[in-house]
Design a protein around this ligand. Sequence first.
Ligand code: SF4
Length: 87
Amino acid sequence: MTTSWGNIDGKGRTRHQNKGTPMETILTAYSVNPVCCNGCGACAAMAPELFAMDETTEKPVLLLAEAPVDDVERAMAFCPHDCIEAD
Ligand code: SF4
């Protein structure tokens, strides 16, 4: 017996799972202009999932090839010299 929240389409999906399209995370590539960057570390502090500071160069390194647009834009907002770019 199948309830209204059970397997309703024969593919194991429920009515709830079939309702609408799930939210998708939009990814973007991002980069830092090393000439512009003064190594303040704000990006790594505000978005540690995206950046880490290289102790040798004192510049940020990218931790991901692509990241959620919202996270990249948050880091961009905190860069005092607008050195972070979304591709
Ligand atoms: S916030 Fe901007 S200036 Fe500061 S380290 Fe990051 S990229 Fe460089």
